[in-house]
Design a binder for this molecule. Structure first.
Ligand SMILES: [Zn+2]
Length: 331
């Protein structure tokens, strides 16, 4: 099968610079007493378990057969990890995580590993990469959510380059819309978009409003990657009647040794406090290795993995009506 061919990554690793991560490490603060208790239990157990688990998980060779389909969201997979049930009765779900993997499209092997995790995923695909179409189609066939990972202008552009098919502030509004529509049309499986980079573009309210108008017309959702503070994305989406969500945790910011383990603990803590969290990771080998370790542990602890479409905030009836009214007013 063509899809299984191993590829050499063409795209250099893109790390999110620490300065873009203002929101990623912030504690959610306060929290309900029960949530705090569960958080403590989770954290303790995860941290204590780390050494045992790392040595006890064999690095199993990946199967060479056809890629497994995503299981239905409720399906429980028993692992051989001897973790006690945390924060509730055995089998009880304590919270949900929507796991989004960005920057896919450059090579197939990362997608193949992700599909092998056996959980519902959200696959964010860059437009126009060598394997964007294949990965988008394969992900949708396996029941995962697909997003267009729309490149947008970063604050330090052009030193940081969002790549081809990006939305740049210097372009005319017409040019920006033409690019966005072409990108959306190129990935018909996409149910919405999230931003790749965009720390400058996402603060440009008129530009962001135009993006949301297009998403509303198509009935698609918006996930704000929150690559910088004061992003206009989430509230613009809400105003336009577009289903919307914000990233809570970046799993793999470029912050040195041990960051992945710390971010997974942070993710577990946020789920314990708030019941639902959205995590974004990237298809780096270290992140994929960490997912192999952490996904079974989190499921064992009662965390359910869900797709982004299950956790977005649906628009209020009022915002949909208002937005439709504004649209009619323009025509
Ligand atoms: Zn990205």
């Amino acid at each position: 099968m063509q899809f299984m061919r191993q590829e050499t990554p063409r795209r250099p690793k893109r790390r999110i610079p620490p300065k873009h991560l203002d929101h990623a490490r912030k504690s959610s603060g306060g929290g309900r007493p029960l949530g705090a208790w569960i958080g403590g239990a989770l954290l303790g157990a995860f941290v204590l378990g780390t050494h045992v688990l790392e040595s006890s998980i064999p690095s199993a060779p990946r199967p060479a057969g056809p890629l497994p389909p995503a299981p239905p969201p409720q399906q429980e997979t028993k692992t051989d990890l001897d973790l006690p049930p945390l924060g509730g009765a055995p089998g009880q779900t304590i919270g949900r995580v929507a796991l989004v993997i960005d920057d896919l499209g450059g090579h197939l092997s990362a997608a193949e590993r992700l599909f092998g995790l056996g959980i519902p995923l959200t696959i964010a695909v860059l437009p126009g990469e060598p394997h964007s179409r294949t990965i988008s189609r394969e992900a949708a066939l396996r029941g995962h959510d697909v997003l267009l990972h729309q490149p947008m202008e970063p604050a330090d552009f052009p030193r940081s380059n969002p790549g081809p098919r990006a939305l740049l502030k210097r372009m005319s509004p017409g040019e920006q819309m033409r690019i966005l529509r072409e990108n959306l049309d190129s990935l018909p499986e996409a149910i919405g978009i999230n931003n790749h980079m965009g720390s400058a573009y996402m603060r440009d309210r008129p530009a962001v409003d135009r993006v949301m108008e297009e998403l509303r017309r198509r009935g698609q959702l918006f996930l704000d990657s929150v690559t910088a503070p004061r992003s206009a994305g989430y509230w613009s989406a809400r105003r336009h009647g577009v289903p919307a969500a914000r990233r809570d945790v970046f799993l793999d910011p470029d912050e040195g040794e041990g960051i992945l383990e710390r971010q997974f603990v942070e993710l577990a803590r946020q789920v314990a406090n708030r019941e639902t969290a959205i995590a974004i990771g990237h298809p780096h080998p270290e992140t994929l290795d960490a997912l192999d370790r952490w996904v079974p542990r989190m499921r064992e602890a009662g965390i359910e993995f869900v797709k982004i479409s299950e956790v977005v905030n649906q628009p209020s009836a009022a915002s949909v009506q208002r937005s439709a009214g504004e649209e009619r007013g323009k025509n």
